[in-house]
Ligand binder design. Structure first.
Ligand SMILES: Nc1ncnc2c1ncn2[C@@H]1O[C@H](COP(=O)(O)OP(=O)(O)OP(=O)(O)O)[C@@H](O)[C@H]1O
Length: 536
């Protein structure tokens, strides 16, 4: 009896795989499905706007489509660059179809999110997704109703039409009906938007829920936007055999020297020659002539070679210290916020930048541990904090070295941007442990923590001075009274000289300065100007 008689083999289409395993893309239950749907659509909207320097305006409307069956309708509209009409079916109907498989920072990476939304809707309510989109300067608006042929991983067009674009609209609007629990998902969705606004204060959001008074509006706080990322080439340290084979196939006759200078980030002629020498090959050898062993050796050497330039960070778009501070101030309303954007760094040839903000006091509730807000490529990570390397690092820090005593009103924001975020899963909720990233996160947090220590030290000194001033003034009044009685001098003059004397003694240049929380320059010099790294 042949094996085929007892074991049946079959292939699975990508769409079928994700229909069966939707948990790994974040669609694990009805509450999570709503959150994940909104998140995937909003992230596409943000990518379609800010990557092209358009200030994002995003509308999210939730309605009950059929309350007895827990069917929820979700509508998301943006003012982005839109989608070309002929691309719409594949964009929503073919798993692993994307414009973001490029070396450039995006929120999206997998080419999966929008399709998961369609798959989930289809699997729970059997209704198509409605898409309307108008690219920039388009005379028409395209409208499609789409489903997915799951076994073929292909779009099924249920209806299609074009409409006149009377008002010059551009952007994309999507309506989808799925089974979900809005009452439970609501808080998560609101929190997600609040956190998104923290790192994108240049965006505005309207969220309207199905019930009366169920609406929130997050206004645009600034019109400043980060510079969009440029599109890059792979760094030689990030390659593998398959990538090199694909590049060779495109042009097998290309000499090795040109192959290197044309296809990789930061490889000039001199570096390419040194490298080819290091491998022991000839610069004019056509790259297609590399035999298997040579090819494998070539790739291994590419990763070993230490003469490459560092990966360029032009493919990244960090938020920037000012914009991040504005977002954090607006959302968390702290007493004070410190931010830092670290210099670019890299892991395995992938450039990355870590940014951190520390918010202290004000509306932040004191808690026993720092409150952590994690972001990757401007996406808030809400679930799975326990598995995240950022939580681990924050917990390792000895906060007493920064004068923080818990419970304390302390929030830490960490943003990692990279052309390749090492996510721990397809749901994009936690960042895996990568030593280079860990060390940058640690440095970023320490940098803002040092600013906090300086701030707390100053505040303590100010408190001390205010106390002394109050006590001295109290006694001064008695002295002034007694002096004026004995000498018959003018009491007002005496009082004024006494106040001047006290201020001089306390080194307060202007009393108003003290009340405004700023000390004289002398005090500043005496404070922690020489700020040492605590030896943790
Ligand atoms: N609102 C939108 N405006 C413009 N283009 C969009 C919009 N939504 C989706 N797209 C296009 O559709 C493509 C596929 O989107 P999808 O959400 O499936 O994957 P992705 O964003 O590329 O990656 P990920 O799965 O990581 O989110 C995007 O790459 C983008 O080109």
């Amino acid at each position: 009896m042949g094996t085929n008689d007892i074991v049946k083999f079959e292939a699975l289409s990508p769409a079928e795989f994700f229909r069966r395993n939707r948990e790994i893309a974040g669609f694990s239950n009805p509450t999570r499905a709503i959150y994940q749907t909104i998140r995937e659509l909003v992230e596409n909207s943000l990518d379609a706007t800010e990557t092209f320097k358009i200030l994002p305006s995003i509308k999210i409307y939730i309605d009950y489509a059929n309350q007895s069956r827990s069917w929820i309708s979700i509508y998301v509209e943006d003012n982005g660059i839109g989608i070309p009409g002929d691309e719409i079916p594949n964009v929503f109907g073919r798993v692993f179809y994307s414009s973001k498989y490029r070396i450039k920072q995006h929120r999206g990476i997998f080419g999966l999110g929008a399709k998961m939304v369609v798959l989930y809707a289809q699997s729970t309510t059997n209704t198509p997704i409605l898409v309307r989109s108008a690219p920039l300067r388009s005379n028409v608006i395209y409208e499609y109703q789409l489903m997915i042929d799951i076994t073929k991983n292909e779009p099924v067009i249920m209806s299609q039409r074009t409409m006149e674009n009377k008002y010059g609209w551009h952007g994309t609007a999507i309506r989808v009906v799925l089974e979900g629990d809005w009452s439970k998902a609501k808080r998560r969705v609101e929190e997600y938007l609040r956190r998104t606004a923290m790192v994108a204060p240049y965006a505005e959001f309207v969220l309207r829920g199905p019930d009366e008074d169920d609406a929130i509006k997050i206004p645009r706080v600034t019109t400043k936007m980060p510079d969009p990322p440029k599109e890059g080439l792979p760094h030689p340290k990030s390659v593998d055999v398959e990538l090199i084979k694909q590049l060779i196939q495109k042009n097998p006759d290309l000499p090795l020297l040109e192959f290197l200078t044309e296809n990789f980030d930061g490889v000039g002629e001199t570096i390419a020659k040194t490298f080819i020498d290091f491998v022991g090959l000839q610069p004019d050898m056509p790259v297609g002539k590399l035999i298997n062993d040579e090819l494998i050796n070539f790739v291994t050497k590419m990763r070993e070679f230490n003469g490459w330039r560092r990966p360029r960070a032009d493919w990244l778009s960090p938020i920037g210290e000012d914009i991040l501070a504005e977002g954090v101030k607006f959302v968390l309303r702290p007493e004070v916020v410190f931010t830092v954007t670290r210099k670019p760094s890299s892991y395995m040839g992938n450039p990355f930048i870590v940014e951190a903000a520390l918010a202290w006091g004000g509306a932040i509730e004191p808690s026993d541990n720092p409150i952590i807000y994690r972001f990757a490529n401007k996406v808030p990570l809400i679930y799975d904090e326990g598995n995240d390397v950022i939580r681990k690092i924050v917990d390792e820090i000895d906060w007493t070295q920064y004068k923080v005593k818990f419970p304390a009103p302390l929030a830490i924001v960490v943003h990692i941007c990279s052309t390749k975020i090492p996510y721990a899963s397809a749901g994009k909720e936690a960042i895996a442990e990568v030593p280079e990233i860990e060390s940058e996160v640690r440095n970023a947090i320490r940098e803002v923590a040092r600013k906090l220590r300086l701030y707390i030290t100053r505040k303590e000194k100010e408190q001390e001075l205010l106390m002394k001033y109050a006590i001295f003034s109290m006694y001064a009044e008695e002295v002034v009274n007694a002096l004026s009685y004995v000498t018959k001098a003018d009491i007002e003059e005496l009082r004024s000289s006494m106040t001047t004397l006290i201020k001089e003694k306390l080194k307060i240049r202007r009393f108003e300065d003290l009340l405004n929380n700023s000390l004289s320059s002398e005090d500043e010099n005496n404070s922690e100007a020489q700020d040492h790294e605590p030896s943790s």
